[in-house]
Design a protein around this ligand. Sequence first.
Ligand SMILES: Cc1cc2nc3c(=O)[nH]c(=O)nc-3n(C[C@H](O)[C@H](O)[C@H](O)COP(=O)(O)O)c2cc1C
Length: 278
Amino acid sequence: MSLGEKTLSFVETRMLHWPDSMFTYLKEDQILFSSDAFGEHLASSERFDDEVNQDVLMYEATKYYANILTLYSPLVKKLIKQVQDMHLPIKMIAPDHGIIWRKNPEKILEAYSRWCVNEGNGKALVIYDSMWHSTEMMAKSIAAGLLDKGINYKLVNLQVNHRSNVMCDVLEASAIILGCPTLNNGMLPRMAGFLMYMRGLRPTNKIGAAFGSFGWSGEAVKLMNTAMKEMNFTLVHKGLKVQYVPEHGHLEECVELGHTVGQALLDIKEGKEVEAVI
Ligand SMILES: Cc1cc2nc3c(=O)[nH]c(=O)nc-3n(C[C@H](O)[C@H](O)[C@H](O)COP(=O)(O)O)c2cc1C
């Protein structure tokens, strides 16, 4: 569309992340107005990427992708290819939300290219909640098992980590290990809520395992396994339940679980096929 001295081109970007989303390219100034893509929920008086702290910027860009766009990754992949095929010179990317990329627009394009294919960074997340620390003890022993295998991990206590921050780590993690005690024949509400949220965002390509302490019926592990299977995670362990406070032998089983997940990640790194056990 010609505006006289300026020319606009449009690329439909439906469901990224709204039904009527659209990119607009301003040819003469080589600016891509990218609607809801490549942005952040970052409000600052500075407007450009070279004016803000780079770590904060990339964290916020990751958080935006992880919490808003993960489920549209197949569309993002197509779109990135479409934009590449158009060979548009891009000097600046101006999204609807957040910072304008003028110094380094390639940085966010490269990040989106990586995020949309869910490559996995080889790292494991141990995400848990616990009332009286039994499940937490298990989490720490599982982490020790991962470390034995040389796997980088992060322990994430849902009591002090908001689900939207946890999703930043989920985005690139290769394994998700979930821990929760049983409460009223179910999971603790924070874990149930987190799983509901994560399921909606449809992360893919993850190794999974579950664990938790219980008193008499112990349903939580099965429920976490079911949720992960629904997300097509590859479960490499049948799940570990410990009645009340774990003793030394139980913690050794937790270390073993860490070894199992760690070995699966090493196998993937070597290009081997990893099979689900349940
Ligand atoms: C209010 C309440 C309800 C519980 N409901 C169940 C239950 O339905 N089934 C079960 O196996 N354990 C149940 N438990 C026992 C806990 O799962 C058990 O104490 C567990 O060791 C707690 O683990 P944590 O230290 O990681 O919080 C319940 C505990 C509380 C406080």
